[in-house]
Design a binder for this molecule. Sequence first.
Ligand SMILES: [Ca+2]
Ligand SMILES: [Ca+2]
Length: 216
Amino acid sequence: MRQYDIIFLSVFLLFCAVTYMGIQSHKNMVNEHLQMIADEEARVERQAALRAQQEIDDAIEEAKYKDNVTHDGNQESQTYPISLEATDSYDGEGDKITYIWSQLSGKTIELPSTSEKTIYFSAEAGDYEFELTVEDIYGAIGVETKFVEIQAEPNTAPVAKINVIRKEKPEPEPEPKDPWDGNVDSIRVFQGENGLKQDGIWGKESQLKYNKVKEQ
Ligand SMILES: [Ca+2]
Ligand SMILES: [Ca+2]
């Protein structure tokens, strides 16, 4: 092979190698770009799904009946009185309708009736879901569910405050009336036991002594 041919062949092979590498590099770039598009589409889909779920959650929150147990100064009572009313239910033709109540979620409540137009019961704090089914005489039915959120009895902690002042413990107020309803004999017995016979019928010393004895 002539020297000229060798040079030409070498240049050609180098050209082929560079071209191949260029094509591979381009393919890699295209693949990376396609992957980025796929990732972006997946991200958009995830966000759309999250938004849709959030809208459902917001709608449920908005439709919820919310209230809390009334503060009544008794920590033993933690229930909330509830009435579920179907009074706004109606039939387009004015057909007679029947009512069926059921509880779908939440701490189980024994409903006093499942077929009255209005039912009453008490529930503890928590989340509940109730369902009302109305049925006309043709067997056609309408259904509505209602979310109820009852929060715990509201309560705040008491506030502790200390005042420091210079003051001696005051003497207890004397009991002005004797405990024997003026029975002099009984008063005299008490005074005799306590060395107070010189204190009149029910003097101040007797009153103070009686208070001290009562405190012991
Ligand atoms: Ca209470
Ligand atoms: Ca009807």
